[in-house]
Each structure stands twice: as C-alpha cells, then as structure tokens.
Design a protein around this ligand. Sequence first.
Ligand SMILES: NC(=O)c1ccc[n+]([C@@H]2O[C@H](COP(=O)([O-])OP(=O)(O)OC[C@H]3O[C@@H](n4cnc5c(N)ncnc54)[C@H](O)[C@@H]3O)[C@@H](O)[C@H]2O)c1
Length: 322
Amino acid sequence: MKKVSEFKKVASIYGGMIGGSWVTLFAMKGLETWSYGRNDDSIAKTKAHVDANFQTLIEYGALKAEELPAVQARIHYTTSLEEACKDADFIQENGPERIEAKLEALKNIEAVAPVDALIATSSSGIVIDNIVAEAAHPERVVGGHPYNPPHLIPLVEISYCAKTDKAYVDLAVEFYKSIDKEPVVLNKACPGFIANRLQLAVYREMMDLTMRGVCSAADADKALVYGPGIRWAIFGHNMIMQLGNPGGIVGMMNMLGNGGDVWLADMASWTHMPNAEYGPIAKESIDKMMAEYPDYIGHTNAECSKYRDKMLIDILKLHKKL
Ligand SMILES: NC(=O)c1ccc[n+]([C@@H]2O[C@H](COP(=O)([O-])OP(=O)(O)OC[C@H]3O[C@@H](n4cnc5c(N)ncnc54)[C@H](O)[C@@H]3O)[C@@H](O)[C@H]2O)c1
C-alpha cells in the first residue's frame, strides 16, 4: 500500500454536481487529476462546471487569477475509464445514487484500476456493505461522503464495513486531511450517516413548528440563522454546551437537569416526510422573506445562491480553510 505522500494521480469518476466539485478541489490542492465522463457531452458539462467554480473562487478571493492556468493544467478530462484509473492512487466515484449504478461503477473501475488503489464512493446513504457486495477487492473501498459542494465544505464522512482493511480507512483519513478536508469516521453502519441526520432532526422540528402554526417558515429560518446557526458555524453543539457553564459539559448537564423533558415530549416524532403538505405552506413565507431581503443579499434563487457562496467562502477563510 502506498503512502499518501507517494500519491501521484487521482481520479474523479463521472462529472455531475459532485464529481465536478471534487475535480475542482483535487486540482486546486496540487494533485494531477483525471476526470472521467461517459461521453464528450458529459466532459463538456463537467469542464463548464469546474471552470465556473474557478471563476467564483477567483471573484471571491479564494483563488488567485494568476494561479488558474497551472491549476487547470493539472486536470485531464477523458472518456476512457482505463486512462482515468490506470496507475491511479486514489479514485473517487460519483455516479448516480442507485445500488445497481454503484455496483456497475465499482466493477468497471476495478477492471482497470491498480489492485491497491484506494477507492472512495461519494454515496450519500447506501451502506458500504451493499456497494462492495460484488467487489473483487472490497478491502480498499470506503465511503467518502462529501457535503455539497466538496470543493468548499470541509466535511467528509468516511464509512467502512467488515470487509474493509482498516489500514485503507486510515489511508482515506490521511488522504482527505492532506487536501484540507475534515474527515469523520463512522464506527458503525448508519443510514444517512451523521450530518444529514443532524440536519434532518432540526428540519423536522422546523417543519413541525411551522405546520402547527407556532411560527412562519421565514421566522423558523431567522431563529436558526441569527441564533444557534451563527454559533454552529464556529463550534459544534457539544462545545457550545461546554462553554455555557463554568463546570463545562458536566456542569451544563447538571444545570439543565430534566427541564428539557417537557419540550422533548412536545417535539415532533413523526417518521414520514410531509413533503406535499409542507411545500405549499412554506412557499408563501419564503417568497415574502426573499422579496424583503436587502438588495446585497438578493431577491432571486440565483442572487441568494451567489450570496450564500460568497458568505461560505468568507466563513471558510475565517476558519483558515481557504
Ligand atoms: N448532490 C449532492 O448534494 C450530493 C452530496 C453528497 C453526495 N452526493 C452523492 O454523489 C453522487 C453523485 O451525485 P450528484 O448529485 O453529483 O449526481 P449528478 O446526477 O449530478 O451526477 C451523476 C453523474 O453520473 C453519471 N452517470 C454515470 N452512470 C450513469 C447512469 N447509468 N445513469 C445516469 N447517469 C450516470 C452522469 O453522467 C453524471 O455525470 C451520488 O452518489 C450522490 O448521492 C450528492
């Protein structure tokens, strides 16, 4: 098994939302990067996506314009899976989130990749046992679930199964750290991994409060952004609790006692997404909120997305991640 310091070639398999973002990151971090797409049209789309990422990064000061040619020169677009995977040290798979597609992708990658290449799948929720069910060398395949967009958001959730060689899990941690990601390893299989479950727990309560008429969708957002959300951009909730009491986390737990039990008993516990019900209820409130935003935030999805990306880059700079 090679060391991360010996890695010379990485590959991102399939373009799309996530594949293109990984290509952006790998190349920015100085890696010779092969980007595989199924046909010329796919490659053109990935290239346009990657170039747009670079323009945004330059516009917001996260990449110097004079560095762009060297970064772009490290990217090799190809419609040959063999060319992409041959001699690759690390391969990130980004195909559709369907088990048949993941099995097929891994089979095709294994047919042309070195036998000891580290392979990670971006899958958002398919447990790794299922993805490696037909693999010739499952010991070197891990879950490497990014948070969108991977070229900006530092988190990667690494998962593995009984067939995985732990040395490859360690190698994946080391590799992602080497490109300034913040890997978290799941010790057990868990649908939805960690971050999406935390997000859904908060969102279930936001939807419930809105559907019960306690607050508007806009005010649920405001309470989150200007309350816990702004702290969570700095520290996780365990650290927030630690800092909230002179006795740290133990002092905080003692201080809180069972006061939260009444809230917990009243909080949402439903297990079926109320998509059809919630969408129309939230829409009016969200449309009004966007119309009332100051002009520097914007009033359309495109304008607000741009503002989000700029703020994301500013926050990452404060975290010394850019
Ligand atoms: N979008 C997200 O927010 C996000 C976040 C984290 C992880 N992921 C995971 O990353 C992976 C890719 O997601 P995405 O959002 O980039 O998807 P996407 O639809 O944008 O891209 C999928 C890519 O797979 C290619 N592809 C390969 N085989 C295909 C087939 N048989 N049919 C159709 N397309 C095929 C497509 O050409 C496309 O380039 C998924 O496993 C997803 O769960 C997505």
